[in-house]
Design a binder for this molecule. Structure first.
Ligand code: KG4
Ligand code: ZN
Length: 512
């Protein structure tokens, strides 16, 4: 998910060039992940032939048609009565297949996951090309792109998984946090699918999805698939996904373009529950990456660019520092600036686990001004965006030292490396301090910034030194996707936690 106007989007460094070029790539990832990526610009063209889904009698209409693709919910339908409302009970005829749908920010994604443990397909339609020229996500454009992409993306994921809607056991959708209009597209479409196919609908918090991206990764390959053809006996429900590691509480760092949050995650009566431990008071870490990248004339989203370039600079060249965040001073002063910050119970949090990334962005700006780097950054931006139609992202990320030097002088590379070193150091210090304070032996790191190489290397090194278990999602599951939404929905399906008929978008939904 992201917040309004934040830069930054998805994709591990190596994917950026491919995704923004307006082409569709299917199955280009590790076979195990079965991920397909596409640009929504391209996928939108496919929407013209998309299926319509009508049910005027029940006051619900959903249709698509080329450029005028539109989505209406005429009345709140009573969707999930009768059988679909019953508790989900496993039997050999069921595969526990969940269709996940994610549209909280600027990725239209759909995936099929079996029993929260096996990804059959995962399709992500990226809007990077649409938003790149604005240096951040434009909410109105995001909603429009979701409308264009949602039908073909869902169809593509069903095709890849080689299943039909009849094979599904549930539909899961992100209900928040995120952009209201963007969320509504996914929610309305998911409601229509669930209604038409008499399936239960499960609402998933986007942040819970990110946490389950790691759990999904850990479960992949551990559990047998329920193959209806062989009807092999499967694990009993109680044993299903409760490997020893999943019985213990885990400290989860969700670090993305919209969030930098620490949660204590724990399974309780089959469903995961979350306690907020720490959070950012202002910018998210990914947002700082995106703003600094923009300031330095790099591409969008900024994270993968800074990740790629930081390797060729001196991380100790510029001594950035993070002061301890003072909760009381903060509360006495100006109100928290972001909506998310306003809604969280910051006063109840231990100030040692609070983050603040707006200061380092200003420090980088000051450094750029003082060292006369602005003209060089502007020239680089002009060069990058001089590419056809403002599509800076078609440019390949630098791979070698000479690539990096061709793009930036050494002083800028040092600045980039120092920025990243400081951000990762702050994330690391507070995460491990929280783990120690809580006695957590398991750490999960997830969200777009978890794709960062320096972050993974330093967090893994620290975990090893302290004898803690640490896990990350596969790179393709670090940034927004729908496999994580379908995986998070599985325990809720088993527990019978279905979405209410009146489910709507909650842009500031808290994770509990
Ligand atoms: O989780 P995500 O896809 O969307 C949100 O929920 O926000 O995260 C996107 C964020 C962006 O800010 C992007 O710049 C950052 O993740 N990001 C990275 C890397 N890849 C993506 N940041 C640092 N290093 C990366 N390799
Ligand atoms: Zn996200």
């Amino acid at each position: 998910m992201c917040t309004h106007g934040k830069g930054a989007r998805k994709h591990a460094a190596h994917d950026v060039g491919r995704c923004a070029g307006g082409h569709i790539e299917v199955g280009g990832r590790a076979a195990k992940e079965k991920i397909a990526h596409a640009a929504t610009g391209k996928i939108g063209l496919m929407a013209g032939g998309a299926q319509s889904l009508h049910n005027r009698k029940r006051g619900f209409e959903l249709w698509s048609g080329g450029k005028h693709l539109s989505l209406h919910c005429r009345a709140v339908p009573r969707l999930w009565h009768g059988a679909a409302r019953d508790r989900y009970t496993e039997d050999v005829t069921k595969r526990g297949l969940i269709l996940g749908i994610e549209t909280s920010c600027d990725e239209t994604a759909a995936a099929i996951v079996e029993r929260g443990a096996h990804t059959l397909s995962s399709v992500v339609a990226s809007q990077i090309a649409t938003h790149a020229r604005y240096g951040g996500v434009v909410p109105e454009l995001a909603s429009r792109e979701h409308l264009r992409a949602i039908v073909p993306v869902v169809r593509a994921t069903l095709e890849q998984a080689q299943i039909s809607l009849d094979d599904l056991d549930a539909v899961a959708v992100t209900s928040g946090p995120g952009l209201a209009g963007a969320l509504l597209v996914g929610i309305t479409y998911a409601k229509a699918l669930a209604f038409a196919n008499r399936l239960p609908l499960i609402a998933v918090n986007h942040l819970e999805g990110h946490i389950h991206a790691v759990l999904l990764q850990e479960r992949e390959g551990r559990l047998p698939s329920n193959d209806p053809a062989t009807q092999e006996p499967r694990l009993a429900l109680d044993d299903r996904d409760d490997a020893d590691s999943e019985r213990e509480p885990a400290l989860a760092l969700v670090v993305s373009g919209g969030h930098t949050h620490l949660y204590l995650a724990q399974p309780a009566h089959g469903v995961w529950r979350y306690q907020l431990i720490g959070r950012t008071l202002d910018d998210a870490a990914g947002e700082a990456y995106d703003k600094v990248a923009k300031l330095l004339g790099l591409g969008y989203p900024g994270g993968p660019w800074i990740d790629a370039l930081a390797r060729f600079g001196d991380p100790l060249a510029v001594p950035f520092s993070f002061a301890q965040v003072k909760t009381k001073a903060h509360l006495a002063g100006a109100a928290p600036r972001t909506k998310a910050a306003r809604t969280a119970p910051i006063a109840q949090l231990d100030p040692r686990f609070l983050f603040s990334f707006s200061g380092i962005k200003t420090a980088v700006l000051r450094y750029v001004e003082l060292h006369g780097l602005r003209a060089e950054a502007e020239a680089r931006m002009a060069k990058l965006f001089a590419q056809k139609d403002g599509r800076a992202m078609t440019l390949k990320l630098p791979q070698t030292a000479s690539d990096a030097l061709e793009l930036c002088p050494q002083a800028t590379l040092d600045l980039i490396a120092s920025f990243q070193h400081a951000v990762v150091g702050d994330l690391l210090k507070k995460t491990f301090a929280a783990a120690e304070a809580l006695g957590a032996t398991r750490i999960l790191v997830t969200g777009g910034v978890a794709a960062n190489r320096e972050l993974r290397a330093r967090f893994s090194g620290e975990a090893e030194r302290r004898g803690l278990h640490i896990a990350y999602p596969a790179l393709a599951l670090s940034t927004d996707n729908a496999a994580m939404i379908a995986a998070a929905a599985w325990p809720r399906l088993v527990a019978g936690e279905f979405a209410p008929d009146e489910l709507s978008a909650d842009p500031a939904l808290a994770l509990t």
